[in-house]
Design a protein around this ligand. Structure first.
Ligand code: OAD
Length: 248
């Protein structure tokens, strides 16, 4: 199921990088974006997750985000998330770049996580930039929140459609892709830029490129190794095998 080459590359690696998408959280019960049970099918997210909807359709916007915030509060990391934490014992530098906003990598215990699309449990004032959570405030799940400082509208600290990513985090993600020796793309449809370009940066800089997904994506033919299956099953198998090889 896994190649000898993968374990050879892991054995000599000092830095490995994981790019994760909605698929890694699917086994925790978070719906993916483009799967058959995906968020897209239940909500017109393309219309709703926009700065325009925040301004003009604020009650529905926050109803949707409060629903997603509640969902994320009620779930736990799965074996896929925990396997990435296990890698930190086995390899000196492990970077997790995630497109997910659910915070499950940190909840599992990963220490170096770059959140490309933000975090749904954080928020900020769209007028003055006030950060309620950093100030110890917890937003209610059933209200439109307003800023205690300037009365501006509070928004989730996530990247909405038509918005740019945080340039510092993107730069760090590109660096972590360019400098790793093995790069894993896990549970992402590889369709959304700029995340979709990160595996190519890794490969162009000499990394061994591995994809784990339940189905093929536009990345699959360019990967050195495509492993078909659920990340919650495949990733722990890799860490267990790798640990055995390291003990020999
Ligand atoms: P998608 O929903 O587009 O893709 C999820 C991928 O996970 C698919 O390729 C599935 O085949 C795969 N998958 C599902 N279950 C899996 C499992 N148990 N194990 C492994 N793979 C599995 O989600 P993303 O690629 O993360 O951006 O979407 C990227 C971005 O699109 C999101 O971050 C979001 C959206 O626009 C923003 O909100 C800014």
């Amino acid at each position: 199921m896994f190649s000898e080459k993968l374990f050879k590359r892991l054995y000599h690696a000092t830095h490995i990088t994981f790019l994760t998408g909605a698929g890694i959280s699917a086994e925790s019960g978070v719906p993916t974006f483009r799967g058959k049970d995906g968020l897209w099918n239940n909500h017109d997210v393309m219309q709703l997750a926009t700065p325009l909807a925040l301004k003009t359709n604020t009650d529905v916007f926050w109803e949707f985000y409060n629903w997603r915030r509640r969902l994320v509060t009620d779930i736990e990391p799965n074996l896929g998330h925990y396997a990435l934490v296990d890698f930190e014992r086995l390899i000196s530098q492990v970077t997790v770049i995630t497109q997910n906003v659910d915070g499950l990598h940190q909840k599992a215990g990963s220490t170096d996580v770059l959140e490309l699309h933000g975090n749904i449990m954080r928020s900020r004032c769209s007028e003055c930039g006030y950060l309620p959570e950093a100030d110890g405030k917890v937003l209610a799940f059933d209200k439109i929140p307003y800023c205690p400082k300037c009365n501006g509208l509070i928004r989730p600290d996530v990247v909405l459609f038509n918005e740019n990513l945080n340039s510092t985090i993107l730069y760090q993600a590109q660096e972590a892709s360019a400098t790793c020796e093995v790069f894993f793309s896990i549970g992402t449809s590889s369709l959304v830029e700029p995340a979709a370009s990160l595996p190519y940066i890794a490969k162009a800089n000499g990394a061994y490129l591995v994809e784990i997904n339940v189905e093929r994506t536009p990345l699959s033919d360019n990967a050195d190794e495509f492993i078909e299956g659920k990340s919650g099953k495949i990733l722990p198998m890799i860490t267990v095998l790798f640990e055995k090889i390291r003990e020999k």
